[in-house]
Design a protein around this ligand. Structure first.
Ligand code: C2E
Ligand code: MG
Ligand code: MG
Ligand code: MG
Length: 289
């Protein structure tokens, strides 16, 4: 659709562009309302431990959960973050959105501890976008939410997408300040951008999440296997854990385990679930082990 088609093209595209800008404007206004009306909420995807002995073929089903924001739109139903995170970043709403998700995730985590005891998740991960990291107020906000909810700092993991993290001084400083609070840090989508194994040691992260573009062929593509093994080796040498993202099949799960990944996340184990469904999933897996 982006191919050149002759001289009249700019004119042909104008209405489409105007329409897109309008839709964007509408979405922005609606997103503002959505925050005020509490239409944003997290769902949770389990992260399973792959190195546990016994049980579900060596799988520890409640190593952690990742909070993923959803928008319950009054007319359009549930909307995924791909449609609105970018807009929230551009129009300055990402800070408020981020706080909403973080607060809800901490409240829910504490509720699981009360209701599920030893079957509760041990960690909850929350995504933080670059725009949030460059906001000087972030560390104070995180500290206030930990205090208000009683959330232990070491049970919270903040996930940052790699991009140019390692080369960016301000970002490194922000990460060190968060680290000083006692929270865990993860590098998300590793392998997609300008990630470099050589720069990994510059970042104070505990966990590297290997992007699903590597995992989807982990059982068949030898090039990807070598990359996974190399990343595991470097990360382990730096004292970091490795999570394989987007595991969709048993063969992929076996492959990433064999290649040394510590944890796995993906539809093969579970899709993202709401609070109640995740509670049920954890209770069920407790019974089946
Ligand atoms: P992410 O942090 O890398 O999260 C993983 C994404 O992959 C999620 O998409 C999840 O539903 C999807 N996924 C999990 N397992 C599989 C699988 O086996 N196959 C496939 N094809 N996909 C899988 P989702 O929920 O649409 O979120 C997309 C991205 O939006 C996230 O990627 C994250 O970068 C961002 N995001 C989500 N929630 C928040 C938030 O609260 N704040 C910010 N700043 N970003 C968020
Ligand atoms: Mg993530
Ligand atoms: Mg991401
Ligand atoms: Mg990811």
């Amino acid at each position: 659709e982006c191919k050149r088609a002759g001289g009249a093209r700019p004119l042909l595209f104008e209405p489409a562009m105007r329409e897109r800008a309008q839709r964007r404007g509408t979405l922005e206004a609606e997103l503002r309302q959505a925050l005020a009306r509490h239409e944003l909420f997290p769902v949770y995807q389990p992260v399973v431990g792959l190195r546990a002995a016994g049980g579900d073929g060596g799988i520890d089903r409640c190593a952690g959960v990742e909070a993923l924001v959803r928008w319950r739109h009054p007319e359009r139903g549930i909307i995924a973050p791909g449609e609105f995170i970018g807009i929230a970043e551009e129009c300055g709403l990402i800070g408020e959105l981020g706080e909403t998700v973080l607060f809800a995730a901490c409240v829910d985590f504490m509720r699981w501890q009360r209701e599920l005891g030893k079957h509760a998740p041990r960690l909850v991960a929350v995504n933080v976008s670059r725009a949030q990291l460059s906001n000087e107020g972030l560390v104070g906000k995180v500290r206030a939410i930990l205090q208000a909810t009683g959330m232990p700092a070491h049970c919270l993991q903040l996930e940052v997408t790699e991009s140019l993290a390692a080369q960016d001084d301000a970002m490194q400083q922000a990460l060190h300040a968060l680290k000083a609070l006692g929270v865990k840090l993860a590098l998300d989508d590793f392998g997609t951008g300008y990630s470099s194994l050589a720069c990994l040691h510059l970042l104070p992260v505990d966990t590297v999440k290997l992007d699903r573009s590597f995992i989807c062929q982990a059982e068949s593509n030898s090039h990807h296997q070598v990359l996974i093994e190399a990343t595991v080796m470097v990360a382990h040498n730096l004292g970091m854990r490795i999570v394989a993202e987007g595991v969709e099949t048993e063969a992929q799960s076996d492959a990433v385990r064999r290649l040394g990944c510590d944890k796995g996340q993906g539809y093969f184990y579970s899709k993202p679930l709401n609070f109640d469904a995740l509670s049920a999933w954890l209770r069920d897996s407790a019974l089946s082990v």
